[in-house]
Design a protein around this ligand. Sequence first.
Ligand code: MEV
Length: 307
Amino acid sequence: MKNSFSAPGKIILFGEHAVVYGKPAIAIPVSGMRASAWSEPGEGKLTINALDLNQKISLENKTSQFSVLAQTLLSKTKQSEPNLTINLTSKLPQGSGMGSSAATSTAVCKALSNYLGVDLEKNQISELVFDAEKIVHGTPSGIDNTVVAYESPVYFVKGQEPVTFDSGRTFYLVIGDTGIESSTKETVGNVRDLLDKDPNLMNGYFDEIENVTMGGKKAIEDGDKEAVGELMNKNHELLNKIGVGHRELEKLVDVSLDAGALGAKLTGGGGGGNMVALADSAKEQKEICEKITEAGYRAYQTTFGED
Ligand code: MEV
């Protein structure tokens, strides 16, 4: 029987982009949507077989996140290239803000370390995936690899140990996909250009996002869903101000709010990708999901926190 390893996607609830500049952010894993990897005997060398992309990646490919990851793991553990094929598949749409690159790297990391007989702690997986993320995202904050490798909600500040926290209740979320692939490297680069042009204005927005995120953490801990929703709306406005919005994201936000969502915002890099909306209850979560689907978009339901 094949030994399969998997990793979840993620959603950022508060603080994306500002987190690149040292501000806090809050992210949750999306455990129902995962990347999976399993190994089988190789054809003379190490190959990552990305089944969804129909691509076979070898260790020499220095521009691939997977070869960077494998090379780093092999050098750190002083092992030579194994004769191994790692098959990889993912339910996470690429370029959607759901952490597809961190999830696929994490799944590959788990499959390869298992084959090599190396027992990695979550923080070690997270660090290895962070190096690979640089290939995809340029200057990542580290939030994606952290939430995906730890698979628990995190309050994250770059360069600090991630903090897990308790939720005061179950939160019902709907994720809506614009279907527009967007590069996080590009949106992060665009934000950096704006910051270079007008540091006062942009730093002011980052400060406001920081306040929203801190308020968001408290509201989640208090189980105050109305406050979480309002802060999500505020965070969305600020993300539009820093230039990472998209008209399709606006449509998804409008559909969700019209369907009764307590709040809605883009999530992740923006410029396309996904939106996340907060529903009042499981019943409303289903209704919002249906309205998004009726409007012609893909939608998923996910929850976090305990009652
Ligand atoms: C991407 O999921 C989140 C960003 O804040 C980039 C990063 O933190 O590396 C946009």
